[in-house]
Design a protein around this ligand. Sequence first.
Ligand SMILES: *Cc1c(COP(=O)(O)O)cnc(C)c1O
Length: 373
Amino acid sequence: MKKIQMVDLVTQYRHIKPEIDKGFEEVLNSAAFINGQQVKTFQQNLEKYLNVKHVIPCANGTEALQIALMSLDLQQGDEVITADFTFAATVEVISLLKLTAKLVDVDYDTFTISPESIKKAITPKTKAIIPVHLFGQCANMDEILAIAEEHNLYVIEDTAQAIGADYKFKNGTEKKAGTIGTIGTTSFFPSKNLGCYGDGGAIFTNDDALAHRLRGIVNHGMYKRYYHDEIGVNSRLDSLQAVVLNAKLPHLEEYSAKRRKAADAYDQAFAEHPNLIVPKRADYSTHVFHQYTLKVINADRNALQQYLAEKEIPAMIYYPVPLRKQKAYDDGHYNDADFPNTNRLIGQVISLPMHTELDEEQQKYIIEAVRKF
Ligand SMILES: *Cc1c(COP(=O)(O)O)cnc(C)c1O
């Protein structure tokens, strides 16, 4: 049996090697490392795939969030609501821009931001909501958009873990994750569902004026060469990364299907287990399983992780500490009683190996080991 990994990018590369190697060679021979044609082509390919008017490539998913917030002209002290149970990038950029982060609880079943908790956190200073489509499934956007409309708030979708997921509105229409709110952002970090071979990110919007702003901000606030109208940043996707993304994008649907198939096998094995809760699939979103995350109940989650490690099965705890309790963000204002779901999840979640190259033999071995424990 092949050694089990959380992600297996080497085997995935072997399947697309000719295209990638050829693309790399073209870039090397043209030396157009920055702003090469490959970047423009990828931008257009992604716009088409997502059915969104504007894709603005940038350097990584964290800067995508930062630049999205910068484009909205928020003022110091304005409040931005986001989830307590997620990766730190979201709260990090809010704080970096001297905005005030309001962390709220998530839904226990779906791991995504709780619309009820958003409602409770709204004040006259609230300007934006950042739902994170965690682990590969969209947050409840029908409810989030309704709240945003009522209170006149921007919505920035952090799609770093859910590129390719389809959101199904109550009225039956569908949109790709990241193209629903005011702005969407994503990351092409190698282990993401659409990952490059270094750092990369992108910002999406259907708003022409915002797209113009975003393109200026990623390029030093420069709208005309060497005329700087505002303070921007330098945030670019490079040509070599665009080669990788152009090679992978046509396979993204197939990659998602492979992840779903692996998730189906896990579901089938664990659905009836008294100590395990399989990830809920919401009826309003397809799931692209960036992570396959079980909840362990009435059993020792950490001991399970240790047991699997001894069997050479990597399993990860995403996330062990809620953001409001991180040293950098603990401002002493949060009340534990407002976070019943996050408080439970941090002690229960465990993510099993999940990637496009996971084979049946490996999965059987993982399932057997979890059951034995
Ligand atoms: C990975 C990730 C990011 C950050 O992306 P980088 O490209 O690593 O900066 C932001 N938000 C979420 C939810 C992520 O998973």
